[in-house]
Ligand binder design. Structure first.
Ligand SMILES: O=P(O)(O)OC[C@H]1O[C@H](O[C@H]2O[C@H](CO)[C@@H](O)[C@H](O)[C@H]2O)[C@H](O)[C@@H](O)[C@@H]1O
Length: 377
């Protein structure tokens, strides 16, 4: 069976056992905890294209879904040699993607005299991952930190959620919001940084709205018998959550989702953190949204701008890649586990993101203070 609208989860070349041994950073998320050659075999299996696996596409998705299963991880954690192997992998990975907190001074010294623009993902970055997507609240302390950052730097929230929903969580005006993985961007008429004649609403997938609503309904119907499954309408994309579905039912769930998708060749499916994301096939992603926002802010051809993007998920990789390709700014991946990434730095969890944001504010204030003192001398 071939299905053009299905994106192979993490389509990666097949990795050999030797290659894995030599490249500790080539690990799926979270890494298999079975250690040594068997870990390598698990990695190899994960990266096989679904068409190569017996049973075809759906099995490929289930393999990918299982690779991020905490149940699997816990069961395998009983193996002591695996833990040692894992520690080595982690330290090799953090050498390659150092902590943005550990390298804070170094990072900041490269931004002096330049304009930092902040891009923040929401789930898993500003808020912890929780079972119920409707309860993924950010803390007041995090909100205060983001507010402070936005006082000093243009700040955008870039999320897979629909724009109104992510605004309801963040509740801060004066920021830029890009929802539906960047397919719904609003640039207000007047901000500290831009004065536009009118607000800009950029929705490159607007023609898909009726189709997305139709698919949302169909998916609600098809998944209603799966205990724990949740379908979320994110306006220009739909999320099918399987975090609370028992693993034995994942294959059946994927089959149902694929059976709906078969009727919509203009939609594609990708996988996030325990979620299947259905979205239009248009060439638009969080990376394009980052470029669009930089342009809207007047930094399109500016050499002295440092875009900083913090995110935790596969969809954030598009933005990290844009920064890497531009050779401008840097991405920070939020992850506790080694993970192949286009980011330059890492942070372990939202609490560290908050610490980074607060240090950024402190650094900016101390710079301004030094400048004032110099002016008085
Ligand atoms: O781009 P993001 O802001 O990171 O949004 C990506 C998806 O995030 C949400 O799902 C994830 O977080 C949930 C709450 O912690 C969790 O239950 C779920 O398993 C995660 O995948 C959101 O609900 C999705 O619609 C977004 O696409």
């Amino acid at each position: 069976m071939t299905n053009q609208n299905v994106v192979v989860p993490e389509a990666m070349p097949t990795i050999t056992v030797a290659a894995v041994a030599n490249s500790p950073s080539l690990l799926p998320y979270p890494p298999p905890r079975s250690g040594g050659a068997s870990a390598a075999a698990a990695i190899r299996k994960k990266y096989l294209s679904p068409v190569e696996l017996n049973g075809g596409w759906a099995n490929g998705w289930v393999e990918s879904m299982k690779a991020s299963s905490p149940t699997h991880a816990k069961a395998a954690a009983a193996l002591a040699p695996a833990l040692e192997y894992e520690q080595k992998e982690l330290s090799a990975w953090t050498m390659r993607y150092p902590s943005a907190l550990g390298k804070f001074e170094q990072i900041m010294s490269s931004t002096v005299g330049k304009q930092i623009v902040m891009f923040l993902d929401y789930d898993g970055t500003l808020s912890p991952i929780v079972d119920d997507p409707d309860s993924a609240f950010m803390t007041d302390a995090m909100r205060a930190a983001v507010k402070e950052v936005a006082r000093y730097f243009p700040t955008a929230i870039v999320s897979g959620r629909c724009r109104s929903k992510v605004f309801d969580f963040v509740k801060l005006s004066g920021l830029y919001y890009a929802g539906s993985h960047g397919m719904d961007i609003k640039v207000p008429k007047k901000t500290k940084y831009t004065k536009k004649k009118r607000a800009v609403l950029f929705q490159p997938a607007s023609e898909f709205l009726p189709m997305i609503n139709e698919v949302h309904k169909a998916l609600l119907e098809k998944t209603k018998s799966f205990e724990g499954a949740k379908v979320e309408n994110n306006k220009f994309c739909v999320s099918v959550h399987f975090r609370c579905v028992v693993e034995e039912s994942w294959k059946e769930l994927v089959d149902e989702v694929l059976s709906v998708l078969k009727e919509y060749p203009k939609l594609r499916m990708t996988q996030g953190r325990k979620v299947l994301e259905i979205r239009p096939t248009i060439k638009w992603d969080k990376g394009k949204a980052l470029e669009f926002l930089l342009e809207s802010l007047g930094f399109a051809n500016c050499k002295d701008v440092v875009p900083v993007y913090i995110g935790d998920d596969r969809t954030d990789e598009d933005a990290f890649k844009v920064l890497r390709d531009r050779g401008q700014g840097f991405g920070i991946l939020v992850s506790k586990f080694p993970k192949e990434t286009n980011a330059a730095y890492s942070l372990r969890e939202p609490a560290e993101v908050m610490e980074f944001l607060l240090r950024l504010v402190e650094w900016k204030r101390s710079l301004s203070l030094k400048a004032c003192t110099r002016a008085f001398l």
